[in-house]
Design a protein around this ligand. Sequence first.
Ligand code: FES
Length: 124
Amino acid sequence: MANWKTACLTSDVAIDTLALFNVAGTCVLIANLGDEFKAYPPMCPHMEEPLVESGICADGILTCNKHLWQWDMRTGEIRAPAERPSLQILMYDVKVEGDSVLVDLEQELEYEFDEEEDDDDFHW
Ligand code: FES
C-alpha cells in the first residue's frame, strides 16, 4: 500500500540538481530533471558514495564523480560501465501535488553492498 510523504517543495531543487531530504526518517535524494522529479536512495550503488556530493545531473544522466559511472535518471538503468548491467539505481515513486514533491515510502530502498570490495581491489 502506498505511503505518500511530502519530501520538499518543487522550488527546493533547482533543475539538473540533486538535494537530500529527511522524509519521515528516511534519507531520500530528490532530483529535478526539468520536466519531472525523481527520488533515489542517497548512496551511489557502486561503492556507497553519497550522491548529494558526488552526483552530477545533466540531460537526464546521473554521473557519480567518484569513478564516473553513469545511470539513466528516468529508468534507473546503468549506462556505463557496461560490465555491470544489473547495477541500476533504485527509484521511489514520485508525484507532484501543487508545489509539493511527494515520495512513496512504502518500503525503504537500499543497496546490497559487497563488504569485500574496496579501492584496493577495485577494477574497471
Ligand atoms: S562510488 Fe559512485 S561510481 Fe564508484
